[in-house]
Design a protein around this ligand. Structure first.
Ligand SMILES: [Mg+2]
Length: 276
């Protein structure tokens, strides 16, 4: 699919964040100032061009298939139908073209440009996602999407996913965002109906709400506590472009100016000390 990178050049209006991307709270573009998205060019280039990115995605989904085999083929009986829960953005759909366009146009994320992007139905596939979803289907395991795309984005998201060949996930299996970004309630709703054997996500909030809206230190502490579950029940995909990890650097305050956020990033860099 060819993407018109220039469709969403123009005014950017402040609205509430609909996904885990950093929300711009000031209208952009930043004319005589530094490109506010330039700092993420390395991350976007890596996702788009590093074969290592693809290898990591394949690694995640290969592991997912292996775990699926172990969990489905055991003699264990389950009381409910089996399901895997998957995030969508940077887990199934690759939105790096959107982020690349922000950089080129010297814009920060905004809900308006994001909604224009999702309406284009032009996201690509994360490597390995299609094959994993097909594999799950072949094992009679339901695939459930829990995403912080808004419910208003359902039809476009569904069509984008269908166009990429994923035609086994019904619309009723999409649990999109209606109110809160926290996914705990939606996970609980899914767990009422299914035995969820695996979770896939690029953001730790895709696994548990304890990772949301907290500090870098707390997030790392929780990761230590969850350590036995990674590669076991929780499968994480790489996303260097955006996420709660970045929000944590700003104390989740996206009303801060791009300049202040830049200073927070610079201050967060751990540098070496001579003589240490
Ligand atoms: Mg995601």
């Amino acid at each position: 699919m060819k993407i018109n990178h220039f469709l969403f050049i123009g005014s950017v209006v402040l609205l509430t964040a609909s996904c885990n991307q950093s929300e711009n709270t000031e209208n952009t573009p930043i004319n005589d100032k530094k490109n506010p998205s330039a700092y993420s060019a390395g991350a976007v280039l890596w996702q788009q061009h590093a074969a290592e990115y693809e290898a990591l995605c394949y690694q995640a989904y290969n592991l997912g298939e292996r775990r699926l085999d172990e969990l489905v083929d055991t003699n264990k009986t389950y009381e409910k139908p089996l399901a895997v829960v998957m995030d969508i953005d940077e887990t199934v759909l690759d939105n790096s073209s959107y982020n690349a366009t922000l950089i080129k146009n010297e814009l920060l994320y905004s809900k308006k440009s994001w909604m224009e992007w999702t309406a284009m139905q032009s996201a690509d596939l994360v490597p390995g996602a299609l094959e994993f979803i097909q594999y799950a289907k072949s094992k009679n395991v339901e695939v459930i999407f829990i995403s912080n795309r808004m419910e208003a984005e359902l039809n476009d998201t569904y069509q984008n996913v269908i166009d990429l060949g994923i035609d086994t996930v019904s619309k009723s299996n999409y649990y999109l965002k209606s109110a809160t970004s926290n996914k705990d309630e939606r996970r609980a709703n899914v767990a009422d109906k299914y035995e969820v054997i695996l979770f896939f996500g690029d953001n730790l909030g895709d696994f548990n709400g304890v990772f949301d809206d907290t500090t870098v230190i707390e997030r790392k502490k929780h990761v230590k506590n969850f350590r036995p579950l990674f590669g076991d029940k929780l499968i994480i995909l790489p996303n260097p472009m955006y996420g709660e990890w970045e929000g944590a650097l700003y104390n989740h305050d996206f009303s801060a100016t791009p300049e202040f956020r830049d200073s927070l990033r610079m201050n967060a860099l751990n540098i070496y000390s001579i003589g240490k």
